[in-house]
Structures are given as C-alpha cells and as structure tokens.
Design a protein around this ligand. Structure first.
Ligand code: SF4
Length: 430
C-alpha cells in the first residue's frame, strides 16, 4: 500500500509468471472428510450429521469432537457392521429405524445429512437412495441429504465441499426478475460473516447470502443473477454445482490477510460498479487497523522459513499471506489438490521460483523438509509429533480450519498462529 493508503498501489501485478507445479503420487498422510462435521455442525444450527460408518469412524468423530459438549449433540455414528449387511434389505431397514428414532426424539432437526464413509461394509449401501426414501417419509418437516466423507477422497476439507455441493440441488430457483445477489460460499465463523456482511453493506453490495446458511430454512435461492465469491479454496464441486445452476464465480484470491481480503472485496465491488474512491473510503479504516496489528508480528516472522506439507488445501493462500505481508520465506508449498482456475490469482501472487508440489509422497517430502531445516513446518497431526521429536517446530494444519482467520480483523490472529509456536520454541531453547 502507498503511504497515503490508496488502493491502486495495493493491487498486485497479476498475470506474471506462475510457479511451476510438481506432481507427486505416493503415500499420503491426511484425515478423511468426516472431519468436516466438526466445524459444519456448529455452522448449520438445525442440521444433524449421521455418519453411516464403522467403529473407526465413530472413534474419529468422538475423539476429534469430544471436547465439544452440547446438551443436544448434532452428530452421531450409525455403526454398520458386516452382520448388518448380510442382507442389504436389513441394512436399509436398520438405517431407516435409526433415522426414525432420531427424528422422533429430536424435532429440532430440520436438515439431516447421511454421511457416507469408506469401510467396505458402508460402500455397499446406496445412501442417495436411502436419503430419497427417507425424505419422502419425513418431508416437509425434515430434509434428508447425503454426501461422502470417505477417506478415499483427497483430503479432509473435501468433506465440506461434498456437504455444500449436496445442498446446491435443493436451493430454490431465484425469481425470474430477481436482482443480482452475492453468495459467499464456504463455512465461516459467525463473527467473520457478520464483519464481511457489514463491509458489503457499506459498499452498497447486496443482497448478500451465505452458503452454508445458519439455519436450513435460510438456504438461499440461486440462478443466473447470482454472483458468488469462494471464501475457501477447497470448494471445487460446490462451485461446479453452482455454475451448473447459472451462477457466476467472481475470480479473486481468498480473504486471508489484508491484501487477500481487499482483493476479494474488490472483486465484488467491481462487479457491483463501486468506484475506487468509494471502495478506498469504506475499506481503508479496516485495512489500516489490520496492518497496524500485523506490524508487531512482522518482526517475529520476517525471514523465518516455512515448509507446508499438503493437508488442508489452504496452503497456497496462507503461504501467499505469510510471504507477502509478513516476509516469511517459503521453502516448499505442498497442497493435496490444486484447482488451477480457483487458485489462479493466488498463484500469480506467489514469489517467483517458489516450489509448489501437488499431491504427496510423504517419505520424499519428509526427506526434503529435513534437508531444508525450516523454522516451522505446517502439517497434519500424524506428522507433527514425530517432527517435533526431531526438533522441528510444527503447526497443525487442521487448526487453520477451526480458527476464524478470514477477513481484516482476523489477519493478525492468522499470523499469531505461526508466531506463537516459533516464540514458544525460542523460549524453550533459551
Ligand atoms: S471414513 Fe474411512 S478414513 Fe474416515 S474414519 Fe471412517 S474408516 Fe477411517
């Protein structure tokens, strides 16, 4: 940003050489898509997630979500075992019985997701037929959908993509004469949603709706007058489903950090014809406040070297933020899957020559991380402990999904997630 804070100079030069991307196909170390339930169940308040899985799935959900105590939990596992599948008719009847008992006990549930998993016992079940069958029985009081959270998919954030994509076909058609509307796509913390909604309102952009909604009855309509902004980089299937309904994606980086948030808001402002002076006047106070909070962290992070193992699909936007706004050095950015179109602006913003690796061969990557000796490694839980034991400082990638990190007011919180472990390590060593 220029000294006078004008936006023009904050717009990066987009279209320069993108980094070369290397593919790796080997052993992967990632969580499965069931993990998404842990943040999605807090988001859609009258939804329930019924995992149709094995005892392993139940353990994953319980141990990952066990710390969250609710009077009425909003997720559970229907454990399907071989004996249930001796005859599939019995398995269907058993599932119907579990769902019926659940919905009788819990009239507050308005949206039920049957979440598939990867054990062979479950793959044999046709959950989409089960969802249709049960929907007919419980509509209109309860809508029943299904998606897969299976570990056979690429990574754990795909669970959110599959969940949101399952909502798109049941979104109403927008009215024929509907004004254009903005849809923000991706689960965000409510505090972040409220901040973004205020920014859009001040800019005169609207109506603005969010997917997923807070309540099942607030599922927005969609159609050719819907423009949408992705808030997360892992929503390929959801974006495809929205585009098939006629909606148009606004190309932008993701709203992480001051620069990402500014360019993300600017994409909507341009689509709504907001002039630059108005845009600057509205966004400048937030940008300056966020930059002041980042300034105190820059001295801790600048020049520190970071290595990303592929895990959340948030790696590229976060690497862009840490490099451009905090001066961190990127040794390698691993990402489980890279959507060229959705990440195009992000790739333009990365420093030239950076190593980007799509996919994973965990042993090779561990060797490269050891050779690079970065100051901090972002990785999944399974790799964090062994790497810490080798003397590396690590950051769990999953925290990046659980923590509110989007938007101006959270930019410093995002930087803190990396500054804190480095600071702790420094104090331990001292
Ligand atoms: S869905 Fe597959 S990977 Fe995930 S917990 Fe169940 S068995 Fe494990």
């Amino acid at each position: 940003m220029s000294a006078d804070g004008s936006f023009a100079s904050a717009v990066p030069s987009v279209g320069c050489d993108q980094p070369a991307i290397r593919f790796e196909r080997g052993q992967r170390e990632v969580f499965c898509g069931l993990t998404g339930i842990i943040w999605l169940h807090r988001k859609i308040q009258d939804a329930f997630f019924l995992v149709v899985g094995s005892r392993t799935c139940a353990h994953l959900i319980q141990s990952a979500a066990g710390v969250m105590i609710f009077a009425e939990p909003r997720f559970a596992t229907a454990i399907m075992e071989e004996r249930d599948l001796a005859g599939l008719v019995d398995a269907d009847a058993e599932l119907d019985r579990v769902v019926t008992r659940l919905l009788e006990r819990r009239p507050d549930i308005k949206l039920l997701f049957l979440v598939g998993s990867c054990p062979s016992e479950v793959i044999k079940l046709d959950l989409s037929r089960a969802a249709q069958r049960l929907s007919q029985r419980f509509a209109p009081a309860v809508r029943i959908l299904n998606y897969s959270g299976s570990g056979i998919e690429t990574t754990f954030t795909q669970g959110e993509d599959a969940c949101l994509a399952s909502l798109v076909p049941v979104m109403a058609n927008e009215a024929a004469n509907a004004d254009r509307s903005l849809l923000v796509v991706g689960a965000l913390a409510e505090v972040v949603e409220d901040q973004l909604a205020r920014q859009f309102e001040a800019l005169g952009i609207g109506p603005v709706r969010f997917l997923p909604p807070r309540r099942a009855s607030e599922l927005p309509a969609v159609g050719p007058n819907t423009k949408f902004l992705l808030a997360q980089p892992f929503l390929a299937d959801t974006a495809r489903a929205l585009e098939a309904r006629g909606a148009t994606r606004l190309a932008a980086p993701f709203p992480l950090g001051v620069e990402g948030t500014t360019l993300w808001l600017k994409a909507a402002a341009d689509a709504w014809g907001v002039d630059s002076a108005t845009f600057d006047a509205i966004t400048l106070p937030s940008r300056e406040r966020a930059e002041r909070s980042l300034a105190r962290l820059r001295s801790q992070l600048s020049g520190r070297r970071i290595f990303f193992f592929p895990d959340s699909q948030l790696e590229i936007p976060i690497a862009r933020f840490l490099s451009r706004e905090l001066g961190m050095e990127l040794t390698e950015i691993g990402t489980p899957y890279l959507h060229r179109q959705h990440l195009s602006v992000e790739l333009d913003l990365l420093p030239q020559g950076v190593t980007v690796v799509e996919g994973q061969d965990v042993d090779d990557q561990l060797d490269r991380a050891r050779a690079a000796r970065p100051d901090i490694i972002v990785c999944g839980l399974g790799l964090a402990n062994p790497l810490e034991a080798e003397g590396f400082t690590t950051k769990w990638a999953i925290e990046l999904v659980f923590t509110p990190i989007h938007g101006y007011d959270q930019a410093a919180d995002l930087a803190e997630l990396f500054a804190r472990p480095l600071d702790r390590r420094t104090r331990l060593v001292a």
